[in-house]
Design a protein around this ligand. Structure first.
Ligand SMILES: [Zn+2]
Length: 363
């Protein structure tokens, strides 16, 4: 029965009849309804009022309970998300410890390879996702500096009408890349995935890619979408460059008593970005427009330079221009690429939908 005024009257009516008879007269509430209805129809509004109020109170309590239950659900979801985030942070720290600590214990820290990744996007979409525009990964070691680079412009293929304006604004204020459907670069995600996996060797062993802390989840979400069907879980991780940098600063200190900067100081060193105006390290598109700061490739190279400038001298590693630090910028050349393997793919216009088999060739 619906919990309205009549329901509360039926409950009360049954109780009164049974009290008067001093015994149970009805097994179910339904059995008393016909008698109660007759009595209810003869009652005026004043007589019905207590039951109307009772029903109202019940309804308000129900709404309160429902609000409370929904609040409890929200709180528990938040708590779950907080725990998941805390677990992830712990997992990342332990991975970095293993990577750096393992290399240290083998006396191989100088030769340990690290991957720095930057993925630029076309702004946040209406449904809170990000569509990739440019991807760069740099393979780096303290001893050799920048060893290899992978650079791709990406055409995510489709963009909804409601995202078009924000994508245009985002592009205008940052990387200046044309927005879909006129975006440049590869449109075939499977092809991009294979190139990323080949470059990082993530199919052979779990690999950690480092990017600045504030973009870890954004970069990770775009990367996972690109790699979706190409990797198993626990194959490729995106982690905080700040954490790595901090750990390297600790590992490369000259003696146990030497000063180690705090995490905050390490973050400031990266944010300061003293190599931001280095020329010759961006992709062709951004180099020609002098948008060095907004190039994913330039960003990865600058991170490598910043880490080198702060960690190599403690390990008595000589800084090689173009590998650890910029080339002489007055000469207009930033990176010594003579013996470096570089994969650069840009250009072609063309829309390509995810999963389509069309291959976009290099420029
Ligand atoms: Zn670029």
């Amino acid at each position: 029965m619906r919990k309205d005024a009549f329901f509360f009257f039926v409950v009360d009516y049954k109780r009164r009849l049974e009290t008067r008879a001093k015994k149970r007269l009805f097994r179910k509430l339904d059995e008393v309804v016909p008698l109660a209805r007759e009595a209810w129809l003869e009652m005026n509004s004043g007589q019905r009022r207590p039951f109307v109020l009772q029903a109202k109170e019940y309804q308000e309590d129900g709404e309160c309970l429902s609000k409370y239950q929904s609040l409890v659900r929200d709180v528990s979801m938040l708590e779950e998300a907080r725990c998941a985030q805390a677990n992830k942070t712990r997992q990342m720290k332990s991975l970095i410890d293993k990577l750096v600590g393992g290399a240290e214990s083998r006396h191989e820290l100088g030769n340990q390879d690290f991957y720095f990744i930057s993925i630029l996007h076309f702004g946040r979409t209406f449904i809170h996702t990000y569509q990739p525009a440019e991807l760069a990964i740099v393979k780096y070691s303290l001893k050799c500096g920048i060893k290899e680079q992978l650079h791709l412009l990406i055409n995510p293929g489709v963009i909804s009408l409601c995202d078009e304006y924000s994508a245009m604004q985002h592009s205008k204020n940052t990387h200046a890349l044309p927005i879909p459907p006129d975006a440049l670069g590869l449109a075939y995600y499977d092809e991009i995935a294979e190139m990323v996996l080949e470059f990082t060797k993530a199919k052979e062993h779990p690999t950690v890619l480092f990017t600045n802390a504030q973009n870890v989840s954004i970069v990770e979400s775009m990367l996972l979408e690109i790699l979706e069907d190409h990797i198993d879980a626990n194959t490729l991780y995106v982690s905080s460059l700040e954490e790595l940098f901090y750990r390297l600063k600790q590992a490369t200190k000259m003696n146990p008593l030497s000063f180690v900067p705090s995490m905050k100081m390490v973050q400031n060193m990266l944010n300061e970005d003293i190599f931001s105006n280095t020329i010759g390290i961006s992709c062709q598109y951004h180099e020609s427009r002098q948008l060095f700061m907004h190039c994913a490739l330039s960003q990865c190279v600058r991170w490598a330079y910043t880490v080198s400038a702060n960690c190599c001298s403690q390990m008595c590693i000589e800084l090689i221009p173009g590998k650890h630090i910029p080339m002489d910028t007055s000469s207009g050349s930033g990176s010594d690429t003579s013996d470096m393997h570089i994969t650069v793919v840009h250009k072609p216009k063309k829309i390509g939908k995810r999963g389509c088999s069309r291959r976009i060739t290099n420029e």
